[in-house]
Design a binder for this molecule. Structure first.
Ligand code: CA
Length: 536
């Protein structure tokens, strides 16, 4: 028997003792000493670094516990590191994690996905979308995906890339489930994964690569084509061409479109398309019907206000409609015409650059391309550099459509995205969902295990003129545990105080029934749209 197997026996033995001592989920709650005992779990590959009991109350910096709970419940928090090692350049690596195990447990396990380039362990409260899962009684684990620091320098270490791409999720799944077993004396009755952005990619990844480990997965605004989609690179190169130089002589992308320019575009889109869903309410539900000729926005002779330059309309056209090569092959997809382009969340796309993403721009370089610290994303050439990304970039993709084991296991997948997400185009996700459906018996059959929700107006994961507050995890748990598929999720949001609306499962859209308040979700139904725009 090897060391790992021996360690596993140790874990299981401790779990059996735990069960005998405390009973199970329905018995007495685990005691603080059970929490301290997690420290004693010996394993050559897993170190438990800290373990302590936390009294009921707020957790500063840990997010909102949710409307239903004023504070987080009493729980045990354990931190640790998996597969600690010295990597390339003498740098220390390892998969750091945090687990929070509530005393009053609802029997469910949640892996909370990460974000950005990972590299930090976020509080394991299950705060992704909707109420914090810890406040609902979930046992939650979070992790840093195998490297420390939110920059891209881990890209020089092959194993760190592998951990970020797929391996850490499998290791932390295994350790998280073992911690649950040790602490409660029984395994979780259901296991879930929820994340947005990079965490959404991780969610899709586990549904494809660990099809038997999770009963339900929420993937929000997933960066699932990170590394193979050239949209970000192409759009930024085009933006650079119309940007004045900054003080260092580099194109200042922020100046390519002013806030007033973006608001002008958003206002045109809203005016043209708001009522196409039957109700002028500031939300564009029927985005497939919304078409704008960007040339309409160009300045007329002698016009200098409330219009765009010809160069700006050219780049806007590339961003919104995508780009094809000389043979008609799609190089980059477009975006749905939606209101978010005028909102602060859309600025992510054209600067100012977010802090900590490697210093060369959003989503860039070092972890998608071969490791080149001098890489300048603004000189990216899709023909030349796209090829160079094949090995390293494709490690990150999570766009598989083979779901036979996930389906047999009765797994459920709930996807959502903001219709105004500037980071990963919603059209890429819609296209993926259609491919998934085609590979799994068609849309009607695929709806039995995978559903997609578009959130009108929402930028990346939240924000925008949108109703971005909803509870996908509870909807998913009802689907998994009660067999009630989510036909609609009720959403609200600070952009429209007092309003509730249904979010509808694609391809359906919310439609006003024609009677009663337009601020109340009950007066809306989910309907098939009149027409659909084929993703490019
Ligand atoms: Ca509308």
């Amino acid at each position: 028997m090897n060391k790992v197997s021996l360690a596993l026996v140790g874990w299981l033995a401790a779990a059996v003792v735990a069960r005998g001592a405390t009973g199970a989920q329905d018995g007495p709650a685990p005691t603080p000493s059970r929490c301290a005992a997690l420290l004693q779990q010996a394993d050559p590959t897993v170190q438990i670094l800290t373990s302590s009991s936390v009294a009921e109350g707020p957790l500063p910096g840990a997010g909102n516990p949710g409307a239903a709970a004023a504070s987080f419940p009493a729980h045990c928090v354990a931190t640790g590191i998996i597969d600690r090692r010295v990597g390339v350049g003498g740098k220390e690596y390892g998969i750091r994690f945090e687990a929070r195990l509530p005393e009053r447990w609802n029997g469910r396990f949640l892996f909370q996905g990460g974000g950005g380039l990972n590299g930090v362990v976020r509080p394991a409260t299950g705060s992704v979308k909707g109420p914090a899962a810890l406040a609902l009684g979930y046992a939650v684990i979070s992790q840093d995906a195998g490297h420390e620091g939110g920059d891209a320098s881990f890209g020089e270490d092959q194993q760190a890339r592998i951990d970020m791409e797929y391996r850490s999720y499998e290791r932390v799944t295994e350790v998280g489930k073992r911690l649950v077993l040790a602490y409660y004396g029984q395994p979780a009755r259901r296991s879930y994964f929820m994340g947005c952005s990079e965490g959404g990619r991780e969610a899709l990844l586990v549904s494809q690569r660990l099809p038997l480990e999770y009963d339900g997965v929420v993937a929000g605004d997933p960066g699932f084509l990170l590394g193979v989609s050239l949209k970000t690179w192409i759009d930024r190169r085009e933006l650079a061409r119309i940007s004045p130089p900054d003080t260092n002589g580099r194109p200042d992308l922020r100046a390519s479109f002013s806030d007033a320019d973006l608001k002008l575009i958003a206002a045109r889109i809203l005016r043209r398309c708001d009522a196409q869903d039957g109700l002028a309410d500031g939300l564009i539900d029927n985005y497939p019907a919304c078409r704008i000729d960007v040339a309409e926005l160009a300045c007329k002779p002698h016009q200098t206000q409330q219009c765009l330059s010809a160069a700006q309309t050219r780049v806007l056209g590339i961003m919104m409609n995508g780009m094809r090569d000389a043979h008609g092959k799609v190089l980059s997809v477009g975006y749905p015409y939606d209101t978010g382009i005028g909102e602060p969340g859309w600025r992510y796309k054209i600067g100012p650059l977010p802090v900590g993403l490697g210093g060369v721009g959003p989503l860039q370089g070092l972890f998608l391309t071969p490791y080149e610290p001098t890489l300048d994303d603004l000189e990216f050439d899709p023909q030349r550099d796209g090829v160079r990304m094949v090995e390293t970039g494709s490690l990150y993709r999570a766009d598989g459509v083979m779901y036979s084991s996930f389906r047999q296991h009765d797994g459920k997948l709930l996807l959502y995205t903001g219709s105004s997400d500037p980071t990963f185009s919603p059209l890429e996700l819609i296209d993926y969902y259609q491919r998934l459906a085609a590979a799994n018996g068609g849309l009607e059959t695929a709806r039995s295990f995978a559903r997609l929700f578009l959130v009108p107006g929402m930028t990346h994961c939240s924000g925008g003129r949108s109703l971005d507050d909803f509870d996908p995890l509870t909807a998913l748990a009802q689907w998994v545990e009660e067999g009630r598929p989510p036909e609609r999720m009720i959403a609200q949001g600070s952009a429209f105080p007092g309003r509730t609306r249904p979010l509808c499962a694609y391809p359906q859209q919310a439609r006003y029934r024609g009677q009663g308040s337009t601020e109340v979700a009950e007066n809306f139904e989910c309907r098939q749209p009149d027409e659909a725009r084929t993703p490019q």
